[in-house]
Design a protein around this ligand. Structure first.
Ligand code: SAH
Ligand code: SF4
Ligand code: F3S
Length: 469
């Protein structure tokens, strides 16, 4: 047994990152049985679930969306905010009943919650029937853990492989058109509110040759788009022995000629001029940047440990806008960080008014046990924070709509991903700048890049009609 430990994460002094190749095993000991896989959280988790799915399929199983018929249930959890925890506990309540009826059921909890010591203790106290807790560094062991638990034992495997980068991972991907590609794991930024550096470990970059090979393979399989993934993509390469940075990696990926390249997430602190110029230079690098602001107040930014000021952030936005034609910028903002005053909040609104974001994810600050911010005094009533969030969202939506309206009657290139959820006679896809468009076009366009005339603009989506296939 290897219990997760937040303190250990904080004091980590990794000697050397180990690069390991995984072997595919073909042990179909659960052949014909069903698994249920539920994913919470960010793109990182969505992509990790694609690895879990490949492992479960490798055991001979098929996926079900019906919890009741599953032999194996896997929850891939998130820990970013309190409500992420609540959702998982709600789900475990349902699973408890199923386990009573079917003691052979194997329940496995993975993802970021499983990296938190206190949470794992609470989960096991309230739900002692859980068979497996596996950490974000132990995903590749899921098959073996399930095999060991076939007779109802309990295994907790967290943190034991921190510091490894695995290659040769199989993914059962959600899409045949767009694919996630990890370029690095972990985060070293330690923003004072954030749990991620503890749950995901130290920054570890994949070697460029492995990344390029993966992108080339995806292109050969017909993928139209890759999204390079990392908590901090512009910190890429800092830990490698060779001198390569994110701008160089982007350039290498662009040269594979895969039609579309995206990346998340960029930290404003090490967003270089070279990166901006590279994005502008290659037409297959999409002119879309998610640039988390978090707060517009210099005092709060300092308390958050974000390493930039409002002025520096605005200067960066200006440089991005000047160099990358037609770029769209979205952001993440936290309201109600400990000690945030009305004045601080006004600074955030001021930045929003200046940048006029194309969209934003906005959150009320959530206290995460073990982070420095959890020890800061926080006296602002929830009602005040909720009012700030509402005001912020109204402003964000106003600018999102304005930015969409600018596209009315314009021609946009759209990568079609599937049948529209709102209207089965339409398809949906995304513009280069990541705007969702519902298009009156035949389903044969799925997986293709089409030219679309924008006919209507709302806050969160556009309507359009096909111009050519
Ligand atoms: N690595 C990315 C973000 C990962 S988490 C980055 O640095 O931008 C996604 C978003 O969740 C963050 O940008 C932040 O806005 C929000 N978030 C993280 N911790 C939070 C907390 N404790 N309370 C509220 N929101 C939080
Ligand atoms: Fe969290 Fe900051 Fe790292 Fe993003 S950069 S994952 S907000 S610690
Ligand atoms: Fe959540 Fe972990 Fe992602 S905490 S947001 S799933 S990195």
């Amino acid at each position: 047994m290897n219990l997760p430990n937040l303190q250990k994460a904080k004091q980590r002094t990794l000697k050397e990152i180990e690069y390991k190749k995984l072997e595919t095993s073909n042990d179909e000991f659960l052949k014909g049985q069903k698994f249920f896989l539920k994913t919470y959280g960010c793109q990182m988790n969505v992509h990790d679930s694609e690895q879990m799915r490949a492992i479960l399929i490798g055991l001979g199983m098929t996926e079900t969306t019906n919890l009741e018929e599953a032999r194996v249930i896997v929850l891939n959890t998130c820990a970013i905010r309190e409500n992420a925890h609540d959702k998982v506990f709600g789900y475990l309540g349902r699973i408890k009943h199923l386990k009573k009826e079917n003691p052979d059921l194997i329940v496995a909890i993975g993802g970021c919650m499983s990296q938190e010591e206190s949470v794992v203790s609470e989960i096991l106290k309230r739900h002692p029937y859980i068979n497996i807790v596996f950490g974000t560094h132990n995903i590749h062991e899921l098959g073996t853990l399930i095999k060991n638990n076939i007779h109802g034992t309990q295994d907790i495997e967290v943190f034991s492989n921190e510091g490894c980068v695995y290659e040769g991972i199989n993914y059962a991907r959600d899409s045949k058109i767009t694919a996630w590609v990890n370029i690095m794991y972990g985060c070293d930024k330690f923003c004072t509110y954030c749990i991620v550096p503890y749950t995901r470990g130290k920054e570890r970059s994949r070697k460029p040759a492995e990344i390029i090979e993966e992108v080339k393979k995806l292109k050969d399989q017909g993928y139209q788009e890759v999204t390079l993934l990392g908590q901090n993509v512009n910190a890429y390469g800092h830990d490698l022995k060779t001198t390569i940075d994110f701008a160089q990696l982007l350039e290498e990926v662009a040269k594979t000629n895969i039609p579309r390249i995206r990346f998340v997430t960029s930290h404003p602190w090490n967003f270089t001029t070279k990166m901006i110029e590279t994005i502008a230079k290659y037409p297959n690098i999409m002119p879309y940047i998610h640039l988390p602001l978090q707060s517009g107040s210099n005092r709060i930014l300092k308390l958050m440990g974000r390493r930039y000021t409002k002025e520096e952030y605005l200067k960066l936005v200006e440089q991005i806008r000047k160099t990358i034609k037609g770029v769209c910028i979205t952001t993440d903002i936290i309201v109600g960080f400990p000690s945030e005053t009305d004045e601080d909040f006004k600074d955030t609104l001021e930045v929003v008014n200046k940048v006029k974001y194309d969209g934003a994810y906005t959150f009320i600050y959530s206290k995460r046990e073990g982070t420095p911010a959890s020890k800061m005094t926080d006296i602002t009533p929830l009602k005040v924070k909720e009012a700030r969030l509402q005001k912020l969202n109204d402003l964000i939506n106003k600018y999102a709509k304005q930015s969409n309206e600018k596209l009315l009657n314009q021609e946009e290139e759209v990568l079609v991903l599937g049948i529209s959820e709102k209207d089965s006679n339409k398809v949906y896809g995304y513009t280069k700048t990541m705007k969702l468009v519902n298009v009156a076009a035949p389903k044969e366009t799925i997986g293709k890049l089409i030219n679309v005339k924008i006919t209507d603009a709302k806050s969160f989506s556009l309507d359009g009609e096909i111009l050519s296939k």
